[in-house]
Design a binder for this molecule. Sequence first.
Ligand SMILES: [Zn+2]
Ligand SMILES: [Zn+2]
Length: 343
Amino acid sequence: MDFLVLFLLYLALVLLGFVMICLASKTHYLQGLISRGAQIFSYIIPECLQRAMLRVLHYLFHTRNYTFVILHLILQGMVYTEYTWEIFGLCQQLEFSLYYLFLPYLLLIVNLVFFTLSCVTDPGTITKANELLFLQVYEFDEVMFPKNVRCPTCDLRKPARSKHCSVCNRCVHRFDHHCVWVNNCVGAWNTRYFLSYLLTLTASAATMAVVSTVFLVRLVVMSDVYLQTYVDDLGHLQVVDTVFLVQYLFLTFPRIVFLVGFVVVLSFLLGGYLCFSLYLAAINQTTNEWHKGSRAWCQRCPHTARPPAAEPQAYRNIHSHGLWSNLREIFLPATARYERKKK
Ligand SMILES: [Zn+2]
Ligand SMILES: [Zn+2]
């Protein structure tokens, strides 16, 4: 019982942490809460340690580096090693279909292709040579993207929907976000690879979760453990229940149960993020615009102080032209075709 409670608590904390991080970037109240938390920590932790932590955080999140790419490959490698080492052989003994068992490998290969493409493809770097071309692609909405604004770092005119990435130190066309997991910006030319990467990663985690769970369920059904009884700490005879079964499976196959827990949580997190990304793709909005748009919306909210004379500037998405047109824009970016022809 203790183990299950601790395990569920651990899963709940991981999920809660993730949701908090997602919400923190959106809500002023949570931002304040986090900065107050950081202030309290600054009294407890010695200054030299704080500086070292800041340096590490700066290196990890504000410079281009391969730490998360390597971590990604290590985690993927560990999950697939465990799958090959234990689950694959045991499933074969239980006469699982081979198509079913090879599906995670197929998804891994496709995923690695899109992962590499997301990492190495130019997201749409704006240069002196292509500046004029990019300026013609999108209309300026004069709220989020005003006309005739120059990037002070690159000294280039900023096309609508572009943003300067401080990590990569370049302006990127149709900037979505900088992703540490692929160590690259996600922009006009690689959003299609990033979405395909996310889709195949979610699919491979979900397939792995289904195969491993079906394996454990079939094992329980075949072994008849659920029909048996056991004597508890107080000496009473008890019928085997779910809690007992999970504990029994954890003691018999600790690595497989841990893997199931990991891939199930991962499937939900990735699935949630995938749905969000697909929703933004369908309405032709970038993560950057979604983030800025929510702030524009917040400025009209009565809790936020703003000059009384200021007109509320409502953000309106002017780039959506229907679902298929929006998806075509991501999967067949016009400027990428133009650049290829030029070469
Ligand atoms: Zn710039
Ligand atoms: Zn970047």
